[in-house]
Write a protein that binds this ligand. Structure first.
Ligand code: UDP
Ligand code: GLC
Ligand code: MN
Length: 342
């Protein structure tokens, strides 16, 4: 028993590597006393590897495992998630007694070291099917034996969702019923998707959130951030966005403050990948090799060209065309809710 404990994440490409950098920075910012480990696939490029090494205690190369189960992944509309089988390699980190795995699209909002008091397999409910745990944040004990059993389980049974969450829920199949101490409060894995499906609960409990999880197709690094205004400029309309603008902005702030300087150093004399890193230009974008011209945040006028009747607004809302930065912004909805509650 080494007595060592670690937070562990995974990135198989540069997009998720940036997520991992923000996650690592958020854990450090909140003063974790545990080690930080990033598992990385071979497609993570060297500049990102460099920045990861500056944040994490260990950056471990791993082979990418892919479920190849396109049929089940299609059901989730996430063909990209077969590679999440790679997550199962976290059980090989046997130099640590206990670990907390966190998806690269999560961000700590406070110190969460108390999670190490929990046992394998502790996790929070999945917002889509709460009798399943969400595998974006979980406590586990590295073990060669468990790792082998998991791989055998995958080979024999596959995964009902085509990704790691299906396998892990089938493998740790008493989670829902056996031991309530293995149920982490939802606040340790607040899926941004859940915020809009139960807004009053978010309003009531949300301030105590400890980890935000940008679950779903849209990730923070898919957007463009305007450094000067401190706003994400291309925040999408429609329910598919599923991201809370405040958390999205917090993610970008941390990325700008803690990650960009590391990437800058890593790229050295090469053309700096993001236009936002250059003096005089203002945006930072996910695609760091393509320098995007500065884009202004949508003005009030462009996001709502004329006052809309409430019937028209209702129709747009029902068609999934919310004006997230304007009339339908979280702040406005909150104000409306407040007026009802008063
Ligand atoms: N992941 C990765 N590369 C991929 C897809 C996923 O490294 O191409 C890792 C990453 O750590 C990610 C996790 O697997 O956070 C789970 O995927 P994702 O977060 O996209 O799933 P979601 O939470 O949206 O269902
Ligand atoms: C989920 C989890 C994610 C997991 C994926 C595939 O929605 O948030 O961590 O990788 O399903 O099973
Ligand atoms: Mn995730």
């Amino acid at each position: 028993m080494s007595g060592e404990e670690a937070f562990v994440t995974l990135a198989t490409n540069d997009g998720y590597a940036k997520g991992a950098m923000v996650l690592g920075s958020s854990l450090r910012e909140h003063g974790t006393t545990r080690k930080l480990v990033a598992l990385v696939g071979p497609h993570v490029t060297e500049p990102c590897g460099h920045a990861l090494r500056a944040i994490f205690d260990e950056v471990c190369p791993v082979d990418v495992l892919d479920s190849g189960d396109s049929a089940r992944l299609a059901l989730m509309q996430r063909p990209d998630l077969g590679v999440t089988f790679t997550k199962l390699h976290c059980w090989t980190l046997t130099r640590y007694d206990k670990c907390v795995f966190m998806d690269a699209d999560t961000m700590a909002l406070s110190n969460i070291d108390e999670l190490f008091e929990r046992e394998e397999l502790s996790a929070a409910p999945d917002p889509g099917w709460p009798d399943c745990f969400n595998s974006g944040v979980f406590v586990f004990r590295p073990s060669v034996e468990t790792h082998e059993k998991l791989l055998t389980f995958c080979a024999e049974n596959g995964s009902f969702d085509g990704g790691d969450q299906g396998v892990l829920n089938s493998f740790f199949n008493t989670w829902a019923t056996a031991d309530i101490s293995k149920h982490l409060p939802f606040l340790y894995n607040l899926s941004s998707i859940a915020i809009y499906s139960y807004l009053p609960a978010f309003k009531h409990y949300g301030r105590d959130a400890k980890v935000v999880h940008f679950l779903g197709k849209s990730k923070p690094w898919s957007y463009t951030y305007d450094v000067e205004s401190g706003k994400v400029v291309d925040f999408p309309e429609g329910p598919q966005a599923g991201l809370h603008p405040d958390y999205l902005r917090d993610w970008w702030r941390l990325y700008t403050a803690s990650v960009v300087p590391l990437l800058r150093r890593a790229y050295g004399d090469e053309p700096v990948p993001s236009s936002g890193m250059e003096e005089g230009s203002r945006d930072i974008h996910e695609d760091e090799t393509a320098s995007s011209p500065s884009a202004d945040p949508p003005s009030e006028a462009s996001s709502s060209p004329r006052p809309m009747s409430s019937e028209e607004r209702k129709q747009r809302w029902e068609a999934g065309q919310m004006d997230y930065l304007g009339d339908d912004s979280f702040a406005n909805i909150e104000r409306k809710l407040d007026s009802f509650l008063k």
